[in-house]
Every structure is written in C-alpha cells, then in structure tokens.
Design a binder for this molecule. Structure first.
Ligand SMILES: C[S@@+](CC[C@H](N)C(=O)[O-])C[C@H]1O[C@@H](n2cnc3c(N)ncnc32)[C@H](O)[C@@H]1O
Length: 280
C-alpha cells in the first residue's frame, strides 16, 4: 500500500472513529478493505481512496470505518467483572437508589450485544430485589451492523457456548435453526442504538453505571482522554465505570479514579475526594 493511501486511511479512521492505526497494522487495511472496495465498484483500495479523497462519498467512508471495527465479544467476558457487578456494585447502588428506585446503565461499545445481555440476565436473576424499579439499559456502538445484530439477539451455537452457563442459555434463549435467539422480553428491555463515542454524549443523559470495555484500547491517548472526560459528565456522582482488563484511567484522565475495592472499576474522581474528606 502506498504511503499516501495509508496516511489518508489512517486519518479518516482517526477522525471518524478514533481508531489509531499503526503502520504495522497495514495488513488489516488490506484484508478488511479489499471487499469494501469491490462492493463500491473499485478494482483496488488505492482506486477507492483516489475516488473518495474529495470527501464526497460518505457511504464509502462509513463502510470503511465499519469494516475496520473489531467486534470481538462474548457472554460474561471476564467473569470476575460480572461477579463484582452482581455481588458488590449492584447491592450498593440498590441501597443508594432506594428512594428513586431508578437505575440507568449504558453499554458504550456493545458490539454484538453479549455484554448488555449478560447484565440483563443478571438483573433478571435478581429481579426479586427490583420490584417496582425502573431500570433503563442503553446499549450503543458505532457499527450499524453490530446494533442490528444486537437487536436481533441471534447467536450461533459457538457464540452461545462462549461464556454462557447452560442453565442461562436454556432459560433466556429460544433454539432456532441458525442458533439461539434471546427471548423477546429480554431483547425489548435494552435500547440499542448507533452512537459514535467521538460525538457529544450529552443527549444520552446521566447514568449510574457505564460499561465501556475493550474499546479505549483502539484509541490514542488524546482520544481516550477526551472520551473519558465527556463520559464523566454523563455519570452520577456515585456512579461506576467498568473498563476492559487491559484498560485504565491512570495516566489518561483525572476525571475518574480506581474504585478503592475492585480492579478494572472506576469512580468519578470527585467522589473519591469527597469520601476521603469525610473519612470514609
Ligand atoms: C472489541 S468490541 C468490545 C465489545 C464489548 N464491550 C466487550 O468488551 O466484549 C469494541 C467495539 O467498539 C466499537 N467502537 C469502535 N470505535 C467506536 C466509537 N468511536 N464509538 C462507538 N463504538 C466504537 C466497535 O464497533 C466494537 O463493536
């Protein structure tokens, strides 16, 4: 791939999705964008880039961004995280929100939906504690295709077996010819919608819990910082942020601080400061 084509594509991806593409990942461009070029009627990636350089082909740009997203996900990914959610974070918030009986959860890069459905199953298992509560789950991703997949809630046999205990599969999924589909009431409980983390987050409202796992790893430092800072404005003062196992706020943003008791979980920095001030 010519230098100027790589530079053009790296800038397009950085500007439109935050993806930071080092030169040693050029092979990914070749393998993922060759089909996009063909689909848009071009002989090669070089030819496609030459045609869209003027910025007149939003559909091709969208397809390029979409093709370059990495959508790996599975049910109960990092089991310990979901155990902590169920056994510690949820009970604490249930006590804190006993007055309003309202809880808002955002899955900021939900991919094909396994992460929000994992949480939805936990909430359903704990439903006796939620009688009369209003629990809103919003799941977003930059990829339209992933949002559609999430809404469909249909998983292959392989996907359904990855991380999902057999009793939950039997309870919350229907078997179909192509695989296993999440039962309708569970699907309807989650609001899936396309959303780019580089956009303003303010229209989403304020959340008590945010899952933003395994997406910041693809961004460069200024983009990580920017996303975390904007996310901090959408978080309740005593809210909780879940990041992926390889992600942290340390050295990235001072808006969040590590949860005092749990690795991989973060809280608004002013909450930590206030707790220290009152000696908790
Ligand atoms: C590896 S998946 C993580 C899925 C899930 N959170 C998990 O941990 O299993 C990363 C997701 O981030 C999404 N993504 C990448 N850039 C994004 C952006 N700028 N805004 C929103 N989502 C983005 C991708 O489309 C992809 O589905």
């Amino acid at each position: 791939m010519k230098d100027d084509v790589f530079t053009f594509l790296a800038k397009l991806l950085r500007d439109q999705s935050g993806l930071a593409l080092p030169r040693d990942k050029e092979y990914l461009l070749e393998s993922r964008l060759a089909p996009v070029a063909r689909q848009h009627g071009h002989q090669s990636i070089d030819a496609m880039c030459a045609a869209i350089r003027g910025g007149q082909n939003r559909a091709a740009e969208r397809d390029i961004v979409e093709a370059m997203t990495t959508n790996e996900s599975f049910f109960f990914r990092d089991t310990a995280t979901f155990d902590t959610f169920r056994k510690s974070i949820l009970p604490t918030l249930l006590t804190a929100r006993a007055g309003s009986k309202s809880l808002r959860i955002w899955f900021a890069a939900c991919s094909s939906g396994q992460e929000p459905y994992s949480v939805a199953m936990i909430l359903e298992e704990e439903r006796a504690r939620f009688a009369g509560w209003n629990v809103e789950m919003v799941a977003t991703d930059i990829s339209n295709e992933m949002i559609q997949r999430s809404r469909n809630g249909l998983y292959t046999h392989f996907e359904a077996q990855r991380g999902l205990p057999i009793q939950l599969l039997a309870k919350y999924f229907d078997k179909e010819e192509q695989g296993w589909r999440v039962k309708a009431p569970m699907r309807e409980r989650i609001k899936f919608r396309p959303f780019n983390l580089l956009e303003s987050h303010s229209s989403l409202g304020v959340f008590d819990i945010i899952f933003c796992r395994n997406v910041l790893i693809y961004f460069d430092l200024p983009t990580k910082r920017d996303v975390l800072e904007r996310m901090s404005r959408q978080m309740a003062r005593d809210g909780v942020l879940f990041l992926g196992g390889a992600e942290t706020v340390i050295g990235v943003s001072d808006r969040f601080a590590p949860h005092p008791g749990h690795a991989g979980i973060f809280v608004p920095a002013q909450a930590v400061a206030l707790d220290r001030a009152v000696g908790q």
